[in-house]
Design a protein around this ligand. Structure first.
Ligand code: BV8
Length: 254
């Protein structure tokens, strides 16, 4: 796909902004080879609805199935690296005085790309916790054939340290993201279908507070009509182009 043209007004607004917030979804990791959330169920998982797997009731009903789904996703992540879209956001963090990246992704790729001012709204698949105490467990023995591994402290099943549907988001992460959305001059919404709340609500919050809303997504979403700028392109192409247009004097990322 061609590099999108970046409007001069958008480039100027981003360069002049002192307060920027970004919200990302699975689409920013697509070019790293990580299936998006809805595509995550390719192959073996094609017959399940992800919203049926990423729930406490699914885990209670079939802990091994859910554990294996996350183990398969961790295995995929062991072979992928951040893409130019992740790197571009890490560069913007270094260029803007007050920046925060709120991600819905659990793949850890933003941190690997160098993002530090980052909140993981939905947890991180690399972390595992006790399903009863919710204490993170650093090491666990891979299970036998039948069940997820058990907590070394209390014996309950272990589970991924991610936020499932019907579970509340980490309060501090959501509060930081909400405060950043309320003060942002520019909000970048990248690679999300904007259907899952309360994360999607951050874009509405930023817009209502006066931010310039920029959508980066090859497809339209419920936010498209709200956006001031739409970069209808893959984020691995659009975000580096946006950085180059806003900071033309910077050397290009290698
Ligand atoms: C909660 C972690 C309180 C696990 C995930 C209103 C307010 C509050 C809650 C709700 C509400 N309405 C409904 C709810 C309930 C629910 C919800 O939002 N349901 C939806 C389906 C309507 N929300 C919750 O349950 C949340 N908790 O609110 O707690 C509560 C308590 C009790 C009862 C009710 C509420 C918790 C939600 C978190 C769920 N966990 N992930 C895991 O990963 O396994 S959600 C998961 O899907 C992702 O994390 C992400 O958040 C979400 C959507 O995925 P996306 O990231 O957007 O990816 P998707 O595949 O959908 O889209 C990819 C996009 O990328 C596409 O647009 C595509 O075009 C684009 N793309 C593709 N390639 C590229 C690209 N873009 C750029 N470049 C490319 N190359």
């Amino acid at each position: 796909m061609d590099t999108p043209a970046i409007a001069a007004a958008l480039a100027r607004a981003l360069r002049r902004a002192t307060r920027v917030v970004a919200l990302t979804g699975a689409g920013i990791s697509a070019e790293s080879g990580v299936p998006t959330f809805r595509d995550a169920l390719t192959g073996l998982w094609a017959k399940f609805d992800p919203r049926e797997l990423a729930t406490p009731s699914a885990f209670a009903r079939n802990p091994k199935l859910v554990w294996d789904w996350y183990a398969a996703r961790r295995e995929t992540l062991a072979h992928v690296v951040p893409n130019p879209g992740h790197v571009a956001l890490a560069r913007i963090e270094a260029l803007v005085p007050d920046f925060l990246l709120a991600t819905q992704n659990v793949d850890g790729l933003h941190a690997r790309a160098g993002s530090r001012l980052l909140v993981e709204l939905h947890g991180n698949i690399a972390r595992v916790k006790c399903s009863r105490e919710h204490r993170v467990v650093a090491h666990w023995a891979e299970p036998g054939d039948d069940l997820p591994p058990r907590c070394p402290h209390c014996g309950a099943f272990l589970r991924p340290d991610v936020v499932w549907f019907e579970e509340s988001l980490p309060e501090d992460a959501l509060a930081r993201a909400d405060a950043a959305a309320r003060r942002a001059e520019v909000m970048l919404v990248v690679g999300t279908s904007a259907e899952v709340w309360p994360a999607a609500g951050l874009a509405h919050t930023a817009k209502a507070a006066g931010a310039r809303l920029v959508e980066v997504n090859p497809e339209a979403t419920p936010l498209s009509a709200l956006a001031d700028d739409v970069l209808r392109a893959p984020s691995g192409v659009a975000l580096p182009a946006l950085v180059a247009a806003a900071w033309p004097d910077l050397p290009q990322a290698t």
